[in-house]
Design a protein around this ligand. Structure first.
Ligand code: PHE
Ligand code: ZN
Length: 886
């Protein structure tokens, strides 16, 4: 370790107000890949709330040409540049700063700041990229009005875009042209954006509910104009939905989405000029799967919804990131659910959210990078765009709605905007708006923001047949996390229903409750360490359905018998808990089977009971259930989720046990699987709607079960689907099934590549499928890296192969000889030289190293130490590996 170069930790408690506030920013860009000139004129004013008279500006990787204060060039002695801070001491109250700097977009491989992708210019400023464009107080609580002048070669960069409205454009000498943009709204610097590119657009005039007309545009590279319809439709749906659900209107005359092939994240909500990873814009049936379509709808919605939750009301500092992200994820989740429109469709989206939490957030919350939804400290803010801040943050917002009801939540939102429009605020302000609008005390609820770790709710029940009382005793605890050994009780909404012997919901009468008379689900508010909830007038011992709709992001412990779980799996009116019962039945078995494999070394001794198989058979053929629900119910918990349940993780044993279970189910249910495969075809023109997508999902899940140990007939089914598929969902599913069947999939892979080699997003899929295949070991990944289409410079491509191997193929990643760990270390280091944000994400693949058997642990630690010992690590990677080793 190198204590001398340890980067500083930034603490939430150290927040101080900005010393100067900015009123206006005028930016002038002379765009050139090798040497871009940025002229920046800022008018600023001393902040009366600050004792400091020093102007503090941030700047990174900039070449300072000139700095003028109130018209006078400053001598180098009149300011100080230290690291990324430029300080001007003893400044006057009113200041006009004129700053000229140079930067080199073509060399910017970090994709933060101003960079070049496929020959065009794009920016990414969140969180701290604006300082790589010009010197500025680059913090979200400094909000200003921006005017932007862009100048560039017209032939190479025919399209010049920035935030807000186009107010002027024209020709310049030497084949150059210009465009001037003005954003009427004050914004923090992280929402600045520009694009100078060779692009085309699909555009539409759209009429808001108020009657006002706006211009919507989706900008893409020329060959992709056949893939913009769904993004445009999703944008229009988002606009309508925010009007109807939250009374929020688009505040601009023009709203633009731009797709770029090199992008670190999913997309970015820059004011009026959202910049998207192509993955979340481009779709047509030939190249995009149902999951891609759903992702586009969600991300287009997400970025659009940020316009109010994030842009109009923004974050005071980056510790408050979940203020905008948790809330906006919740909003996009509700949007997607409302777009399906049915209760069962809504439940399917909810189950997907639970799966994501268990797959990614619970492990994060139990690992070395565990942090509260509102972190108290960080080294590199980019490391805190996490599933905790986003998805757990969304769960926290959802809990307000669960506690206050939809109407109460809406009242809270209305008050939040009434109070804070145009401001940069804290998570506490959101909580206060929810509490005040509803006359509720939500002080204890604050702990969801301040305490890390996944709470465990433990339930016991007792039935008194004489008094006809049914008691549910709930207790809670939360495991220690880094820096937080002891936790205080959370305020946890636990939604509960009671099933009778026929599987019907009992009408509930909660002692002391104020729920409606005919309620069959009530929300228990667990606030103490332990509490007893009594239901009256209960005529028989019921089966409790606890944590309905996953009403809180917790682990629920309850000693269910198999019979009770089977009862819930057959009858629970709450689809999430119905699914959950199946997952519990499966998990119990998976853990037992895994232990047996570990003990015996192979699968020869394994057996799967007919009870479980029959339950799955019944569910599979129950046509009263949505195909999408049946598909989810038939997916076994993932290898990662199984691993999280084990003291000592044995990745190969998990894989063997899960494969055994899949093979056994596939064989036992062969007839039904084939019948459902046939019954769930979606002939005719492709449509990504939820019902069709659900049918395809079920059909393709059936196919995957049939192909675990296929005979010639099943192989033929998959081959025919591959050859005849009229859409990417079916084609990709057939290919994955063939790859996983263990036979020779090379001809299919080759055919697929030939068909789609010019479609970057499909080539990503091609790499991803291979990376996650059970037969792909680290040597095979290295070989794939030699493929001409592979590059580490493009984040999507790097993720498709490398991340899908390290995170999506645990049995191979954890190969006993540690070879894949060495590979991981090599790649983290290599990527760090290109793009620290992407490298740091890869570094996180090692988070759970302490949970593996000692022999593996030792090798993982060595790999971590090898990375930590590098002399030129980014702060991003250094924070991740040092926390892992701490
Ligand atoms: N704010 C973006 C979103 O959630 C995510 C993002 C963060 C994009 C940082 C780029 C850089 O929509
Ligand atoms: Zn967001």
């Amino acid at each position: 370790m190198r204590p001398d170069s340890t980067p500083p930790t930034i603490y939430r408690k150290d927040y101080t107000v900005p010393s100067y506030l900015v009123e206006t920013v005028e930016l002038g860009f002379d765009l050139d890949p090798d040497r871009t000139i940025v002229a920046n004129r800022i008018t600023m004013q001393h902040n009366p709330a600050s004792p400091s008279r020093s102007i503090v500006l941030h700047g990174e990787e900039l070449d300072l040409v000139e700095l003028r204060l109130n018209g006078r060039a400053l001598a180098p002695t009149e300011y100080k540049i230290e690291g990324s801070l430029l300080t001007i001491p003893r400044a006057p109250a009113q200041v006009v700063l004129e700053i000229e700097t140079l930067c080199t977009p073509i060399q910017n491989t970090s994709l933060s700041g101003l960079y070049v992708s496929n020959g065009s210019f794009y920016t990414q400023c969140e969180a701290e990229g604006f300082r790589r464009i010009t010197y500025f107080p680059d913090r979200p609580d400094v909000m200003a009005k921006y005017t932007v002048m862009l100048r560039a070669d017209k032939a190479r960069y025919p399209v010049l875009l920035s935030n807000g409205n186009l107010i002027e454009s024209g020709e310049l000498d030497d084949g150059r042209h210009y465009a001037k943009w003005e954003d009427p709204f004050k914004k923090p610097s992280y929402l600045f954006a520009l694009v100078a590119a060779r692009l085309v657009c699909q555009e539409e005039h759209y009429t808001l509910k108020s009657g006002r007309e706006v211009l919507l545009q989706v900008w893409v590279e020329e060959g992709n104009l056949d893939k913009t319809d769904y993004a445009m439709q999703s944008l229009k749906n988002s606009i309508r939905w925010d009007e109807e659900r939250f009374g929020l209107e688009l505040d601009l005359d023009r709203f633009m989405i731009v797709a770029v092939g090199d992008f670190n994240m999913g997309a970015m909500e820059n004011k009026g000029l959202n910049i998207f990873n192509t993955k979340f814009v481009l779709a047509n049936p030939r190249v995009a799967t149902d999951i891609d379509y759903a992702g586009i709808e969600a991300v287009v919605g997400h970025e659009y919804f940020h316009n109010w939750t994030g842009n109009r009301v923004t974050c005071r500092d980056w510790f408050q990131l979940s203020l905008k992200e948790g809330l906006t994820v919740f909003r996009d989740q509700e949007f997607s659910a409302d777009m399906i429109g049915t209760d069962s469709g809504r439940a399917v989206t909810r189950i997907d959210q639970v799966r994501t939490l268990r797959q990614a957030q619970f492990p994060e919350d139990a690992g070395p990078m565990a942090h509260p939804v509102r972190p108290d400290s960080f080294v590199e803010i980019n490391n805190f765009y996490t599933v905790t801040v986003y998805e757990k943050g969304a769960e926290v917002v959802r809990m307000y709605q669960t506690l206050l009801g939809r109407d109460g939540f809406r009242k809270g939102m209305d008050l939040y905007f009434a109070r804070h429009d145009g401001q940069a605020v804290e998570c506490d302000d959101f909580r206060a708006a929810m509490a005040d609008a509803n006359g509720r005390d939500l002080r204890q609820f604050e702990r969801w923001y301040s305490q890390a770790g996944t709470p465990v709710v433990s339930a016991r029940t007792r039935y008194d047949a004489v008094k006809r009382n049914f008691d549910i005793i709930l207790s809670q605890r939360c495991p220690a996390t880094a820096g937080q050994p002891d936790k205080l009780p959370f305020h946890i909404p636990v939604a509960v229903g009671l099933l009778d012997a026929n599987g019907k919901d009992l009408p509930l009468l909660l002692e002391g409750g104020d729920h409606p008379k005919d309620a069959t689900t009530v929300v228990l508010e667990l606030k103490e360490q332990e509490q007893i909830f009594r239901f009256r007038n209960v005529d028989e011992r019921p089966v409790p359905s606890i944590l309905r709709d996953f009403s809180a992001p917790v682990v629920l412990e309850y000693d269910y018998t198999d019979d009770e779980l089977l009862h819930l799996y057959r009858h629970d009116s709450d689809a999430v808990n119905r699914w959950e019962a199946g997952q519990r039945l499966a998990m119990e078995r998976l853990l037992k089977l895994t232990a047996q494999v570990t003990a015996h070394g192979d699968a020869a001794v394994l057996k799967l009971d007919s009870t479980f198989i029959e339950a799955q058979r019944a569910l599979l053929v129950d046509e009263s259930l949505d195909p999408a629900f049946r598909e989810l119910a038939l997916i076994l918990p993932s290898e990662t989720i199984i691993a999280e349940q084990m003291e000592v993780v044995d990745p190969q044993a998990i894989h063997t046990a899960r494969q055994f279970m899949r093979r056994t189910i596939g064989a036992a249910l062969k007839t039904e699987l084939l019948a459902q495969y046939r019954a769930n075809q979606t002939p005719g023109a492709y449509s990504p709607d939820a019902l069709s997508a659900g049918k395809r999902a079920l059909k393709n899940l059936c196919l995957s079960y049939l192909l675990v140990a296929p005979e010639a007939a099943e192989l033929k089914v998959a081959q025919q689907q591959f050859d005849n598929a009229s859409n990417m969902t079916d084609r990709a599913a057939a290919l994955v099934a063939l790859i996983h069947s263990g036979g020779d999939a090379a001809p299919y892979l080759q055919a697929f590549y030939q068909d789609f080699e010019n479609e970057a997003l499909v080539v990503d899929k091609w790499f991803a499928m291979q990376a996650a295949a059970p037969a792909t070991n680290v040597a095979a990944v290295r070989k794939l890296m030699q493929h001409p289409a592979f590059t580490l410079k493009n984040p999507n491509r790097a993720r498709s192969l490398i991340f899908n191997f390290t995170n999506g193929n645990p049995a191979q990643f954890h190969a006993a000889d540690g070879s894949a760990y060495a590979f991981w270390a090599e790649l983290v280091i290599q990527l760090d030289g290109i793009n620290p944000q992407v490298a740091a994400r890869l570094a996180r693949s090692m988070d759970r190293w302490r949970r593996y058997a000692p022999a593996l642990q030792e090798k993982m630690k060595q790999a971590l130490e090898q990375v930590a010992a590098q002399s030129k690590l980014s702060n991003d990677v250094q924070e991740v590996v040092s926390k892992a080793l701490a």
